[in-house]
Design a binder for this molecule. Structure first.
Ligand code: HEC
Length: 254
């Protein structure tokens, strides 16, 4: 009986995590990243160090790990090493956890495996869905993470958005401007103060950053997939050889 309730608790926990990870009924945009695209990973690393590392850490990643995305120690030292002295150190945040908790109410989580927890599409949508909201402590809110304690770190790039609610009247699923149909509320984000980037340019920056976070979550995934491919080829050759050998043996016996 006790075992059964443990199983139930585990299943319930999985279901709840799944529901949280999927972010309710918000439609997620598709993240454009490709972890083999080294230029995109380098751009993402730059954005991460400049805009995220002051609050978040990626403590499973060493700065020297950035060599794997084509950066030299010299480039890492002069452009990216803000919170450490040596390239062998972990990508820790400069912020003290206790202070962060006091300032934001919640300590910013470590982002080493966030892409595996939330998924690339969630992250990509999250980073582009901050909007102005005077009722929150930071003055920001987010459509995929309502009342999030994080301010919009990239607002100078994206600009300021507001959430506009549109009332749409529809009859049998079709929008109509007048008539009686059912009323559906539809909200959408709109830029009211432009940032230094256009919407398209900002999507590229957010896409590269998410790509980098996906790579950080599993830095060896490109190599692992390549190795897997060759292992399958070798196994295929071995199977063919075994089959040839078997037919050669049986030929003698018949
Ligand atoms: C000023 C500090 C600050 C900066 C800068 C910042 N964050 Fe955050 N972030 C937070 C805090 C605080 C939370 C916790 C929010 C909560 O739980 O309500 C958070 C939460 C998050 C989450 C959600 C984690 C979860 O619970 O699933 C993600 C993803 C995230 N941040 C990514 C980023 C990225 C990427 C950047 C850089 C563009 C960034 N953050 C910059 C403070 C910050």
């Amino acid at each position: 009986m006790k075992k059964l309730s443990v199983v139930f608790a585990l299943v319930a926990a999985l279901v709840v995590t799944g529901a949280l990870a999927s972010g309710g009924d918000i439609k997620l945009d598709h993240a454009p990243g490709d972890v083999r695209d080294v230029a995109s990973l380098q751009a993402g690393a730059r954005t991460f160090v400049n805009y995220c590392l002051n609050c978040h850490s990626a403590s499973l990643m060493r700065y020297s790990g950035l060599r794997d995305i084509g950066l030299t120690d010299e480039q890492i030292k002069s452009n990216l090493l803000f919170t450490a002295d040596k390239v062998g150190e972990m990508m820790n945040t400069a912020m003290v956890r206790k202070d962060a908790k006091e300032w934001f109410g919640t300590a910013p989580p470590d982002l080493s495996v966030i892409a595996r927890a939330r998924g690339a599409d969630w992250l990509y949508t999250y980073l582009r869905s901050f909007y102005r909201d005077a009722s929150t402590a930071t003055g920001w809110n987010n459509t995929v993470f309502p009342r999030v304690a994080m301010p919009h770190a990239l607002w100078q790039l994206q600009g300021e958005q507001v959430l506009k609610e549109e009332i749409i009247k529809e009859v049998d699923g079709k929008d109509v401007s007048d008539g009686h149909g059912s009323v559906r509320k539809h909200s959408k984000l709109e830029i009211v103060t432009p940032g230094v980037l256009s919407a398209t340019q900002f999507d590229v920056v957010a896409g590269d950053l998410v790509n980098f976070l996906v790579w950080v979550g599993e830095p060896h995934q490109v190599l692992r997939k390549q190795v897997g491919f060759w292992v399958l080829i070798v196994l295929g050759i071995l199977i063919a050889l075994t089959w040839l050998l078997k037919s050669a043996f049986w030929k003698e016996l018949h």
